[in-house]
Design a binder for this molecule. Structure first.
Ligand code: GLV
Length: 330
């Protein structure tokens, strides 16, 4: 039997399913491993099941030459050096599609919580500060009928656009590396604009772009300065896309009304200033975390691992491989 490692705790049924096909080493205690420990655990193993948090880079690959497949239950794969894997003919898969609608729901929830000051008012209530109704008590911004801006228009961006345009009567503007075709834009009810126009026009801006060198600090002080002081900013993409220090300053000075953040630079550590600001809603990287969706993500990673490394009838094309060419090459 081939040997695989499941690097983080995962649903027990997924471990059981993998156990039918492979000799599985797991981490159901969810111990925090250094990269050196991960390399050590990977010795002699051909496959690894990861999440969005384990760094799979050239150093690790060189130290684990027997590794043939890296299957992640996350859709974002900025933690995996895809080029280095491909160069060493290591298959990589991620988990797209299964989390699209759930993540879009959460983006909307976070944006609405920021706009309507839900977390801030709940803290006030729990602190026993609510003594009477007030005409402007936690009066925030409207969501319906306003302009929704989306930076990054992949599957999740499009699911958010549909919610905004069709559910909330919003004017939807977006910016993306590549423009969608006219029919898709019409179906979504979304209009392509420059990044600068997007920042200027959005009443509520949601970030849903992948993280990499090109998107590092895509939203920094200069970009925040273009936004309306009444606007909200929601980041459900990756930490590092927003310059968190610049954002904290803008929120503190009320140059931006509010923010909803599910991801942070250097998470799980947070910029301390964010914790003291009333006008930001903070969640611990849970945008895809509905139970059915997290199960589906884990099952999809297992499907990929089994297809990539399983033998006989189980072997096949991994359903969501990022570099399927490594299986075809010689
Ligand atoms: C979560 O952030 C993911 O990329 O799946």
């Amino acid at each position: 039997m081939k040997k695989v490692l499941v690097a983080r705790a995962v649903f027990p049924e997924v471990i059981e399913r993998l156990g039918v096909v492979f000799e599985v080493t797991h981490n159901q205690d969810d111990a925090v491993w250094t990269q050196a420990q991960l390399i050590d655990k990977l010795q002699g193993r051909e496959g690894v099941f990861v999440t969005g948090t384990e760094a799979i880079d050239a150093k690790l690959l060189d130290a684990c030459p027997q590794l043939r497949a890296v299957c992640s239950m996350a859709v974002g794969y900025n933690n995996i050096d895809l080029a280095a894997c491909t160069a060493r003919r290591v298959l990589v898969s991620n988990a797209p599609d299964v989390l699209t609608e759930t993540t879009a729901d959460f983006g909307f929830a976070l944006m609405m919580a920021a706009a309507r000051r839900i977390a801030e008012s709940e803290h006030f209530l729990r602190a026993g500060q609510w003594t009477r109704w007030g005409h402007d008590l936690f009066a925030g911004a409207d969501v319906h009928g306003t302009t929704l801006g989306i930076l990054g228009m992949g599957r999740i961006g499009q699911a958010i656009a549909r919610r905004g345009a069709h559910g909330f009567g919003m004017a939807v503007v977006y910016h993306n590396r590549s423009r969608l075709d006219a029919d898709t834009e019409a179906g979504l009810g979304a209009r392509y604009v420059s990044k600068e126009q997007l920042l200027r026009d959005a009443d509520h801006l949601i970030l849903v772009l992948p993280y990499g060198p090109a998107s590092h600090h895509a939203i920094g002080a200069a970009e925040l300065a273009l936004m309306k002081p009444t606007a909200t900013l929601t980041n459900i993409a990756r930490g590092g896309i927003v310059d968190d220090a610049a954002l904290a300053e803008a929120l503190h000075e009320r140059r931006l009304a509010a923010a909803g953040l599910d991801v942070f630079e250097g998470e799980p550590a947070l910029l301390p200033a964010l914790l003291t600001l009333p006008n930001v809603v903070l969640t611990p990287h849970i945008a895809s975390a509905s139970l059915p969706t997290r199960r589906a993500m884990a099952e999809l990673a297992a499907d990929n691992l089994i297809a990539a490394l399983g033998e006989g009838e189980r072997a096949g094309a991994p359903p969501t491989a990022l570099n399927p060419q490594v299986l075809r090459a010689g």
